[in-house]
Design a binder for this molecule. Structure first.
Ligand SMILES: O=P(O)(O)OC[C@H]1O[C@](O)(CO)[C@@H](O)[C@@H]1O
Length: 538
């Protein structure tokens, strides 16, 4: 556990008392960026604690590290790379430069223009199928950062979707591609093969299957018209047989989980159009400027990061729940799992020394659905799980206003219930008021009591439009950055995914019944044997 002796009140505080004693607390603990509001008033942090946290951020040189990122310095030390996803949503006049000091704005704009021409072509039918008809369906084949961001954003921006239908295939499980292709007409389907490295086995396997599907039904000569690609490895794209004019590049300074703003966003652009895609970039840029320029005291990503770190490192809460009360953000928790856990799930610091604590487990589902599933544990379980509520004041369905009112009421009710709780005495009084006997009320009341004092954060915005989505995602990206500095780790590598990949390639022949499993442990050998038996027994 982190040394908390520098904090004035490492001892737990009572949230109810903090709110009761300070009628101005909401004003002091909520911050805006335009019409996006971050409310931290239901976290058990006093003004004194917050001041100590901000001082701690200064001690950890958050500002210098942030400036180094924006300046394109190689802050991803283990891979010696710059971290410049902010340049993807910048303007040329922002003057972003890579680690070698070369301006990147023109190149970024060049790829955006090429994507725009292609996306417009697909949307209008100028980029057509092999028989000259427009595409009705687009399938993005990618995984991790080459899937989660575009899939999350396509759903989030459904009200703006006026292009062809979009589908996402990520899993190497044959079910995923088989179930997707089953619904599609090869003659009207375009595939985007999205992979930063163009070596990821799941993506290359799915791409090969899609290629065979097109060649098998339309002939080998149709393949070119039905494929395009997004990658940093354009030589490998060419080797796959996709021509240069249909390959959209990006750069090694864009991490996979930070790539939705790059050409990896091509499916989003095809779905909602270049203007809406640019609006999403502009929203993210607004958050970037705020993160770069606002004082720490009013800086949304800094405050969100500080409180997240406080919950994890000082309070020791192992998980946090992200609950969007916005059905179209249903994929946001999965997206944030990669963003946060692949970034901050580390066990050594930037010098390679062990750390005692790093990022929490991130999980979630949309509200109100979660209320009827796992909220029981959030309210009455023995672990404290800080909850992040994300909700819009308005919906895209003004004729269904009653739904939005109910949604918002439920969202506010949950954060209030987590904070307030209900004492045994209160529960008993309610039961007596409802006509239960003294004996019954005393027996039942403990089951109906809630501890309360459970922290939550609310992010409220006006409406989930492209700019708001951009601001929201950039807020979380920078929050992960802030927490990484506080943990002292590198958020931009992901060596932890390698071992499983290496072992999987060793296991492929063994699963297929070839080779010697003698070097494997007894459990793995037992499972291999059981697979063999199940495959050979009728
Ligand atoms: O875009 P690629 O190179 O196929 O990688 C997909 C994903 O795989 C990972 O490298 C993890 O295995 C992620 O970081 C990345 O987003």
């Amino acid at each position: 556990m982190t040394d908390t002796s520098t904090f004035p009140a490492a001892a737990p505080r009572d949230l109810r008392t903090l709110l009761q004693d300070d009628p101005g607390r909401f004003g002091r603990f909520s911050r805006h960026l335009g019409d996006m509001l971050l409310d931290l008033s239901k976290c058990a942090v006093s003004s004194e604690d917050l001041a100590a946290l901000i001082a701690h951020a200064r001690d950890k040189r958050i500002e210098a590290r942030r400036d180094a990122m924006f300046a394109g310095r190689p802050i991803n030390e283990s891979e010696n790379r710059a971290v410049l996803h902010v340049a993807l949503r910048g303007r040329i006049e922002d003057g972003y430069k890579d680690a070698a000091g070369r301006p990147v704005g023109d190149e970024v704009e060049g790829v955006l223009k090429a994507m725009t021409a292609f996306a417009e072509g697909v949307r209008t039918g100028a980029v057509a199928a092999s028989d000259g008809r427009p595409f009705t369906d687009v399938v993005n084949i990618g995984i991790g950062g080459s899937d989660l961001g575009p899939a999350m954003a396509t759903l989030a921006l459904a009200p703006y979707h006026d292009g062809p239908r979009l589908h996402y295939v990520s899993n190497v499980d044959s079910a995923h591609i088989a179930d997707t292709l089953k619904e599609l007409d090869p003659a009207r389907t375009l595939f985007i093969v999205a992979s930063k490295t163009f070596t990821t086995i799941e993506t290359m396997t799915n791409a090969g299957t899609a290629r065979a599907w097109i060649a098998g039904s339309l002939g080998e000569s149709a393949v070119g018209a039905h494929f395009c690609a997004v990658s940093t490895a354009l030589d490998k794209v060419a080797a796959f047989g996709i021509e240069e004019s249909r390959a959209f590049g990006f750069w090694d300074w864009v991490g996979g989980r930070y790539s939705l703003w790059s050409a990896i966003g091509l499916p989003i652009m095809i779905a909602v159009g270049p203007a809406n895609f640019r609006a999403m970039l502009a929203g993210a840029r607004e958050m970037d400027r705020h993160f770069a320029d606002a004082p720490l005291e009013t800086n949304l990503p800094v405050l969100l990061g500080l409180v997240g770190w406080w919950h994890r490192a000082v309070r020791g809460y192992p998980t946090r729940a992200v609950i969007p009360y916005d059905q179209r953000l249903a994929r946001l928790p999965a997206y944030l799992q990669q963003l946060d856990m692949e970034s901050n799930g580390k066990s050594v610091d930037t010098e390679g020394r062990p750390v005692s604590v790093s990022g929490p487990v991130v999980w979630g589902e949309p509200g109100t659905n979660g209320q009827h599933a796992f909220f029981q544990l959030l309210h009455q379980g023995t672990d404290v799980v800080p909850v992040e509520f994300i909700v819009g004041a308005r919906s895209h369905e003004p004729s269904l206003q009653a739904h939005q009112d109910l949604l918002l009421a439920n969202c506010l009710a949950q954060s209030e219930a987590l904070m307030k709780g209900r004492t045994v005495e209160e529960a008993k009084t309610q039961l007596l008021d409802a006509g239960r006997s003294e004996e019954d009320a005393a027996r039942i009341a403990p089951f109906r009591a809630f501890a309360g004092n459970k922290p939550s954060i609310t992010i409220l915005y006006r409406l989930l439009d492209p700019a708001t989505l951009g601001r929201l995602v950039a807020l979380y990206e920078h929050r992960v950055f802030v927490e990484a500095q506080l943990f002292g780790i590198n958020a931009f590598d992901q060596w932890g995914v390698e071992l499983g990949k290496e072992l999987a390639s060793q296991l492929v022949p063994l699963v297929a019944g070839e080779g010697d499993d003698g070097a494997k442990d007894a459990s793995t050998r037992g499972l291999l044997q059981a697979i063999k038996t199940m495959r050979t027994t009728p």
